[in-house]
Design a protein around this ligand. Structure first.
Ligand code: DCP
Ligand code: MG
Ligand code: MG
Length: 546
């Protein structure tokens, strides 16, 4: 089987890796570090260092003591709080999303960007390569990949320039027709450089690696498995067969791994959005009384609100993690519970702070979760508490936006449902209509999703407008939407399907029209997409359209 024939060159992928990422962030925070050798450490390990320190031979993940032997005047900066690294990391990813909606994060400092669409729009532009070219095989393929990748190299330069301008960060880029090649080739010239590889040199690049584990996607445990059937090097793998690998891995995985050894990688760049969870946890000396727990929760909540504020979305769920220490068995045990939170809690957020009353409500919600995990009538020893928010809505923009209007409507509904429950929830902001998280008997986490009810109009529209995680119209069945459409007046607009007609009727006429028109626009677009190959949407397109 000639696997290389399966290797399509139609994509253009750029891999971006920030230079000495944590160190760069520290240099932005403290410019005095720029001209001295310094390392960022966690516990007793230097996790990275600036490039001046690397000239002394300091490598990532060296023991501090070893690093100091190499460079006696090494400055050390603690890097255990990842907050600033994470913050800049997401900013970079968001920035990259203006080049393509297909941006995939890999760790904190790397992103794959599939710029195939952008390249196709620039096919008439200048085509001399920017940056280094890997390999010396000049037998170019006829499929047009040479031109596409060349344009990709110019986009990579543009991306790197813009990252530098926007964030004062330097990075490396690799340009290739697949993710594997883009990542590998980007690392061939560092720092602050970029390299392109054409497919005819892919085998040379793979073969230049020292060991199997240097291939991204082949980690330690896979290497151990492969070793058990005598595959110890990249060459061994190339001389093996997918059938042989199938004795260890499922067929798809076997083929995927085998292909990697030939530089073939069909894996798509998967768009990664914002994180699904924003959370933090703190280990602590054993806490045994409720007051200590409450203090800790208040501290955690304050820090969590800073992260939430930076993220900009509104969470629908809060989760508490508790680690209990059992004195008799000397064992620790983690338990998690979550519940929905009323959106209204976040409506008056001022900067990073929750209004005092909202904070109290939220702390009460969390303490209620705690009491559901820990029997406070009996002695307990809590050695870790964690808090996280999940299931987000985008925050409404503009006071008078439809989103803001509908968000208010959401709150009214939530409050109504709490009032109907007439108990605990009123003071706490817990939305009891969906708080039935039960601890499994084994103590493991259980996350109950809301039952798939018909969506309320407010939810439906708010999600549409707030651009959140609801199924996109593309995932809805267009025919079904049509059938469910209900005409509400003699005007030419209707209630969008799957929506609550009662609430829709309450909306001002111009909003009804706008909502209907939006729905029709989406529906028509959807139909067009079914016959046409999808046109990639850039973030810019999205905003222009909306
Ligand atoms: N990191 C870590 N533990 C590791 C490796 C890295 O905490 N074992 C952190 C520190 C790095 C960041 O992740 O700054 C990104 O990892 P990279 O491997 O990309 O390393 P750098 O960006 O620091 O350096 P380079 O310029 O080689 O990319
Ligand atoms: Mg890096
Ligand atoms: Mg990296």
């Amino acid at each position: 089987m000639n696997l290389l024939q399966e290797d399509s060159h139609c994509r253009t992928i750029i891999h971006i890796d920030m230079d000495c990422f944590y160190a760069q962030v520290e240099m932005i925070k403290n410019p005095q570090l720029v001209n001295v050798p310094f390392g960022v450490y966690q516990k007793n390990i230097v996790v990275t260092s600036n490039y001046i320190a690397r000239e002394y031979g300091i490598k990532k993940c060296m023991l501090i003591s070893d690093a100091q032997k190499l460079c006696s005047n090494l400055v050390l900066v603690k890097g255990e709080d990842l907050h600033d690294y994470r913050q800049l990391s997401y900013k970079v990813t968001t920035h990259l999303q203006s080049y393509s909606r297909l941006v995939e994060r890999l760790g904190l400092d790397e992103n794959f960007v599939d710029v195939t669409q952008l390249v196709s729009e620039k096919l008439n532009s200048e085509d001399t390569v920017l940056g280094h070219i890997f390999g010396d095989n000049l037998e170019y393929c006829e499929c047009g990949c040479k031109k596409r990748l060349t344009i990709g190299s110019r986009i990579a330069q543009d991306i790197r320039d813009s990252i530098n301008k926007e964030f004062k960060l330097t990075c490396c880029a690799g340009v290739a027709h697949n993710k594997l090649m883009a990542k590998l080739v980007g690392a061939t010239h560092k720092p602050n450089q970029q390299t392109i590889i054409f497919p005819n040199n892919a085998m040379d690049l793979v073969s230049s690696l020292n060991e199997l584990s240097s291939i991204p996607g082949i980690g330690k445990s896979i290497c151990e498995c492969l070793g058990s059937i005598g595959i110890k090097s990249i060459e061994d793998m190339q001389n093996s067969t997918p059938d042989k690998l199938k004795t260890l891995f499922p067929p798809d995985k076997a083929k995927y791994l085998y292909n990697l050894s030939y530089g073939v990688d069909e894996a798509p760049v998967k768009a990664t959005g914002k994180p699904q969870v924003i959370g933090l946890e703190d280990a602590c000396r054993p806490m045994t009384v409720e007051r200590e727990i409450k203090d800790k929760i208040e501290q955690l909540l304050k820090r969590l609100m800073i992260l939430l504020n930076e993220d900009g979305r509104v969470p629908r769920t809060i989760k508490l993690v508790v680690r209990k220490f059992d004195k008799s068995s000397k064992m620790s045990h983690r338990e998690t519970k979550q519940c929905n939170v009323n959106q209204s809690i976040f409506s008056g957020v001022n900067g990073k702070m929750l209004p005092e009353a909202s904070e109290k409500r939220l702390v009460k919600v969390i303490m209620d979760l705690f009491i559901r995990i820990v029997d406070i009538k009996k002695p307990y020893h809590i050695t870790l508490l964690g808090l996280s928010f999940t299931k987000f809505l985008e925050r409404a923009t503009g006071k008078h936006s439809i989103a803001a209007f509908l968000k208010k409507d959401l709150e009214v509904q939530a409050i109504t449902s709490i009032e109907n429950m007439k108990d605990l929830s009123q003071s706490t902001g817990m939305d009891l209509s969906n708080s039935s998280t039960d601890l499994n008997t084994d103590g493991s986490e259980s996350e109950l999703e809301p039952s798939p009810k018909k969506k309320k109009l407010s939810t439906f529209i708010a999600r549409r407008y707030l651009n959140t995680d609801c199924p996109s119209p593309s995932k809805l069945n267009v025919a079904e939407l049509r059938i469910n459409c209900e005409k509400i007046s003699d005007d030419s607009f209707h209630c969008p399907p799957n929506a609550d007609i009662e609430v829709f009727r309450e909306l001002p006429k111009d909003m009804q029209r706008e909502l209907w028109q939006n729905y029709v626009r989406e529906r028509d677009r959807e139909e067009r997409l079914q016959v046409k190959k999808p046109r990639l949407n850039t973030l810019l397109n999205y905003f222009v359209k909306n």
